[in-house]
Design a protein around this ligand. Structure first.
Ligand code: F6R
Length: 591
């Protein structure tokens, strides 16, 4: 969703700093961008629709020690320059960028118009600088005015406001993330995401929900948004390096992250044994264990339903986070909700946690992003340690999430070492598999099917959620119409879609359901389907065979990887940018 960065401090090139920082947030997905910087006692603004990539930041914002910038992912109002942030107050001395939604903005806007305020955009955001301006008439103090304004807004949001006259930067959050970067040189950054300022500092301070922060670049003050009471904040050192958020030798982050999986799976498996065992026991003791997440993370949850069933004989219930609240009747104080999220900021997941907590249930979070809201709000947290995931399409986070969930399933039957060994062997097998000959074979397959308009993927058992995941991956980066099915469901409808030459991918393992899924592939072939088998062993039904190592219970982790590679090459061959798919955002912080 929207990316936010602000800076105030000793450097005179604040505009340049925030535009360069914004470029590091491009991966979040956006359709327009803008920057505001202090020029003398005034605020200068530059806004554009489209991409920021080739903008020469030094030419836009030349001087000033205070600036804010924003990448917008349109919610309220179309993709236009007027709707892009920052938005200004009538007197031009307050600029605001914002992430989230001000739910009661229509009412506030009507009120402000009646008081003489002039609006230039269709956004909910524009009420913020105007209401701050209005509140300043009462308090005379910028920070107090921001506080008073924010308390009138409904919804989950993060606001970053700058004031030219006082030279201050104020941020407030009631949901969407905000992190302070303590500058190595004098000054402070405030951003929605660490990569925005990572090259300038590794020391951060997290804002919690319902907090506000005020800085003039020399000192910083955290407080409770409602009461104004001062809050102590710990400084935290982040461990990952700037190089981890760069593409290196790869053309795209997506390919880099796919290739990293041999290492990231091994890192995910490297968990504290005692902690995993405690959580396994908590699942055994729980009266109802639920799994929830969104999109790709939800597919990890679905795969885990099979891990828990087949490996541990344990019943767990999955629901997508956006549907979870409808099952609140089944939650008790003894229930456990396991949420899975790469970003740790997904609004629907936070909402599911809120529902579970309101019933007294405990929450275990499996996340990638350290310090994220989900990680901090859960009762127990496990990190998958995949390192920053920049491509919008999630790849290495998925396999890390599945690895951790599988490890817990093994721990539940007292076989944690066996689970660990299986997963480490899987990581090693992936290392062998992802060689240049293998990827160029998949590239040639992408060339063959790149102009087909439909693509179907089937799987059974844990390969069923992987069929759904394959479809997401292909849809989001290549825009080819792809759909995943449980193989057995084909003859209940979807098989009507198969025509002569329709590409169909079958995800196969050497397991108890192998014969079933092969039979489903045969049914597809009989209707003209062009069958691509992803399997440890060749079968006569396959027109093309993508060989994968036999990894037993970890087959789902291995089978999805060639499809990630295929999705990547389909995107590239169709002239799409796999790192920045249209209409999508990396971290979905609105419901
Ligand atoms: C697809 C994708 C999304 C995310 C979903 C949840 O490739 O990345 O479907 O998986 O938005 O995001 P997180 O895991 O950050 O909660």
């Amino acid at each position: 969703m929207c990316g936010i960065i602000g800076y105030v401090g000793g450097r005179r090139d604040a505009g340049f700093l925030v535009i360069e920082g914004l470029k590091n947030l491009e991966y979040r997905g956006y359709d327009s961008w803008g920057v505001a910087w202090k020029e003398g006692r005034k605020i200068a603004v530059c806004k554009e629709t489209g991409k920021i990539g080739c903008v020469d930041a030094a030419k836009i914002a030349k001087e000033g020690n205070l600036a804010i910038a924003h990448t917008r992912w349109a919610t309220h109002g179309g993709v236009t320059t007027e709707n892009a942030h920052p938005h200004l107050s009538c007197n031009g001395s307050i600029a605001v960028v914002h992430n989230g939604i001000v739910e009661n903005y229509e009412e506030i806007r009507r009120d402000l118009i009646a008081k003489g305020h002039r609006f230039l955009s269709e956004t909910d955001t524009e009420v913020i600088p105007h209401l701050i301006e209005e509140e300043m008439k009462t308090t005379g103090d910028f920070a107090a005015a921001v506080r008073r304004a924010c308390l009138k807004f409904e919804g989950r949001f993060a606001v970053l406001a700058m004031h030219a006259e006082s030279g201050t930067l104020v941020a407030a959050r009631t949901g969407s993330p905000l992190i302070v970067g303590v500058g190595d040189h004098e000054g402070y950054f405030i951003a929605s995401d660490i990569p925005a300022f990572r090259e300038h500092t590794s020391t951060v301070q997290y804002l919690d929900d319902g907090e506000m922060v005020v800085t003039d670049g020399r000192s910083i003050l955290f407080s409770d948004l409602k009461t104004g009471a001062e809050r102590e904040k710990r400084e935290i050192e982040i461990t990952w390096e700037t190089a981890q958020v760069q593409k290196g030798k790869y053309a795209h982050f997506m390919l880099k992250e796919i290739m990293e999986q041999k290492d990231s799976i091994a890192r995910a498996v490297n968990q504290d044994e005692g902690e995993i065992q405690t959580l396994a026991e908590a699942i055994r003791a729980a009266q109802g264990t639920f799994l929830s997440g969104c999109g790709t993370a939800a597919k990890a949850c679905m795969a885990a339903e099979y891990f828990f069933s087949v490996i541990a004989g344990q019943h767990v219930n999955f629901a997508p986070a956006s549907e979870f609240k409808l099952f609140h009747r089944f939650l008790k104080p003894q229930s456990l909700l396991i949420v899975v999220s790469q970003s740790g900021e997904t609004a629907d997941v936070l909402e599911a946690m809120k529902v579970a907590k309101s019933k007294g249930a405990k929450v275990l979070a499996i996340v990638n992003t350290e310090g994220s809201t989900i990680a901090r709000e859960a009762d127990y947290t496990l990190h998958i340690n995949a390192g920053p995931e920049r491509a919008v399409a999630s790849t290495k986070a998925l396999t890390g999430q599945m690895a951790v969930l599988m490890l817990i399933a093994y721990a539940m039957i007292g076989k944690l070492p066996k689970g660990r060994t299986r997963l480490l062997e899987t990581a090693a097998a992936i290392n062998d598999m992802l060689n240049p000959r293998y990827t160029s074979f998949i590239e040639s397959l992408a060339e063959k099917i790149k102009d087909d308009k439909d693509l179907y993927i089937i799987g059974k058992s844990w390969n069923y959620p992987m069929a759904l995941e394959s479809a997401i991956k292909i849809q989001e980066v290549s825009y080819v119409h792809a759909e995943g099915f449980a193989g057995g469901e084909l003859k209940h409808g979807p098989i009507a879609l198969i025509e002569e030459g329709t590409p169909c991918i079958a995800l196969v393992g050497n397991d108890e359901v192998r014969t079933d899924i092969i039979n489903n592939a045969i049914e597809l072939k009989a209707r003209g389907g062009f069958i691509i088998g992803v399997a440890p062993e060749r079968h006569a039904v396959f027109d093309e065979w993508i060989k994968v190592p036999d990894t037993d219970t970890a087959q789902a982790i291995v089978n999805i990887i060639p499809i990630q590679v295929l999705a990547y090459f389909l995107a590239v061959k169709r002239g799409k940018d796999p790192d920045m798919p249209r209409n999508l955002a990396k971290s979905v912080t609105v419901k």
